[in-house]
Design a protein around this ligand. Structure first.
Ligand SMILES: NC(=O)C1=CN([C@@H]2O[C@H](COP(=O)(O)OP(=O)(O)OC[C@H]3O[C@@H](n4cnc5c(N)ncnc54)[C@H](OP(=O)(O)O)[C@@H]3O)[C@@H](O)[C@H]2O)C=CC1
Ligand SMILES: O=C(O)CCC(=O)C(=O)O
Length: 429
């Protein structure tokens, strides 16, 4: 069902589960809990600005292709729009709009002075050479040059992008401004104002949330059996840190399949194998091959979806065996599946809490850049950990006080903070 904000040129969500509709439903539920008025909810349901640009790119073989690049700026009541840029074939404007809205609640929940934004280009980066990707990244930022900036909108990495793309984007913006502007993007390489700890930050945040959730149940990470879908920036870092902390990572997967070792995988060794085998882990000799579908339904203590949206749906929810699901990806559990898991007593810790370590360290990177003072890694990690633990405890407290799920509690806190700011500002300038 198309709700509220409609974009006629958009492609329907491939899985027929529209991430934007889902995001609006969570917003409505939080609005109801907070007794927000309808007008306020209307403001919060609609992105402040939606930009789609054409990106003509000359392929290495001389062919010209025109790609569509999106940037959705959902809300900037608390500070500049903030959020990653995704290069993935399934990118649509509605998906980017949903992800931008999630960023607003995430930043508000974590108490960092940002609004929410997100960008994306529907390409499979594996099908493009590094020089083609550089041309695409630079043209995308050139087209958005008037819409971004260190106090306006600050992109960062997401699926399919990394410090390399951020460096090209920062350089393009800086060349256009006539001077270096490190604060225009975060997740940059250290050489141009990146922060120590950013690369592992999202995964580290996930590890902290898993650890805190287990602590809440009177358990520790030692020997806990964990399955992780996605072995990229987030899933890979979470696997490494959880493994180091004593957990047993029994299975991980990538887009081309996964691997299972009942006694636990050696994550460093698996990462080395992945590097040598063109990012694939299938074929890793010390483990059994499994499909992504099988990984999600394995008997384990903790399930960490760290890849795409809509992975746990009403089709597989009854087979999920984990008692704790920590959403490292954005939107991996559908609304219906979430209800069903809650009814079964499975704890689901939502994306806007669990994967916030990335944007928190992006914020710390931005702060370091603006103050021309760079910190050691321990300080970055400690600051991030303190914000993550504080947010986790607030969510649990809110969930207990209101007798609502942790997801709704996280939304109530995030949406409530933005609504309060909107009211205090006189309902928008
Ligand atoms: N990067 C960040 O700082 C943040 C990321 N996130 C979220 O985390 C998630 C992952 O992002 P990130 O790790 O950066 O992305 P990456 O591109 O670094 O890694 C994505 C991983 O997911 C795998 N994957 C892709 N499709 C599937 C599939 N159908 N089934 C299983 N695995 C699949 C990829 O495999 P393959 O290599 O085969 O493509 C890869 O291992 C996204 O939802 C993103 O929005 C959230 C907060 C911050
Ligand atoms: O680091 C950032 O600014 C944004 C990260 C992001 O896109 C996300 O949290 O989903």
């Amino acid at each position: 069902m198309d709700k509220k904000f409609t974009i006629t040129s958009d492609i329907p969500s491939p899985a027929h589960i529209c991430p934007f509709d889902q995001a609006c439903s969570y917003l409505d539920a939080a609005g109801k809990e907070l007794k927000l008025n309808q007008g306020l909810l209307e403001i919060l349901s609609n992105p402040r600005k939606v930009v789609t640009v054409s990106i003509p790119v000359k392929r290495d073989n001389g062919e010209i292709q025109v790609l569509a690049g999106h940037r959705v700026q959902h809300c900037n009541v608390l500070g500049p729009f903030k959020g990653g840029i995704r290069f993935h074939p399934a990118v649509t404007l509605r998906e980017v709009s949903a992800l931008a809205m999630l960023m607003t609640w995430k930043c508000a929940l974590l108490g960092i002075p940002y609004g929410g934004g997100k960008g994306g280009i529907a390409i499979n980066p594996k099908n493009y050479s590094a020089t083609e990707l550089e041309r695409i990244s630079r043209r995308y930022i050139s087209e958005l040059i008037k819409d971004i900036g260190p106090s306006v909108d600050i992109p960062a990495p997401d699926m399919g992008t990394s410090a390399r793309e951020m460096a090209w984007m920062m350089d393009t913006y800086s060349v256009n401004m006539g001077h270096a502007v490190p604060g225009v993007v975060t997740g940059k390489p250290l050489s141009i104002g990146g922060s120590l700890g950013r690369e592992m930050a999202t995964g580290r945040g996930v590890m902290i949330i898993v650890r805190e959730a287990l602590k809440n149940k009177g358990k520790s990470l030692e020997g806990i059996r964990i399955a992780i879908q996605g072995f990229g920036n987030v899933g890979g870092a979470a696997a490494e840190l959880l493994h180091q902390a004593g957990a047993k990572i029994i299975a991980v997967s990538t887009g081309s399949g996964g691997v299972l070792a009942e006694n636990g995988l050696d994550i460093q060794d698996l990462k080395a194998y992945q590097k040598e085998n063109n990012r694939k882990i299938l074929g890793y000799p010390q483990a059994k091959p499994i499909s992504n579908a099988e990984l999600l339904t394995l008997p384990c203590d903790v399930l960490i979806p760290a890849a795409l949206e809509n992975q746990i749906t009403d089709e597989n929810v009854n087979q999920i065996q984990a008692n704790l699901i920590v959403e490292a990806a954005n939107g991996p559990v559908t609304l219906e599946a979430n209800l069903s898991l809650e009814a079964r007593g499975v704890t689901v810790l939502p994306d806007i809490l669990s994967n916030a370590g990335g944007v928190v360290v992006s914020y710390l990177e931005w702060v370091q850049g603006l103050s021309y003072l760079f910190w050691d890694e321990q300080k970055v990690n400690d600051e991030m950990e303190s914000l993550m633990v504080k947010a986790y405890l607030k969510v649990i407290q809110e969930s207990q006080n209101r007798k609502i799920s942790p997801r709704l509690a996280a939304y109530v806190l995030g949406v409530g903070r933005v609504a309060q700011a909107l009211n205090d500002r006189g309902l928008y300038p």
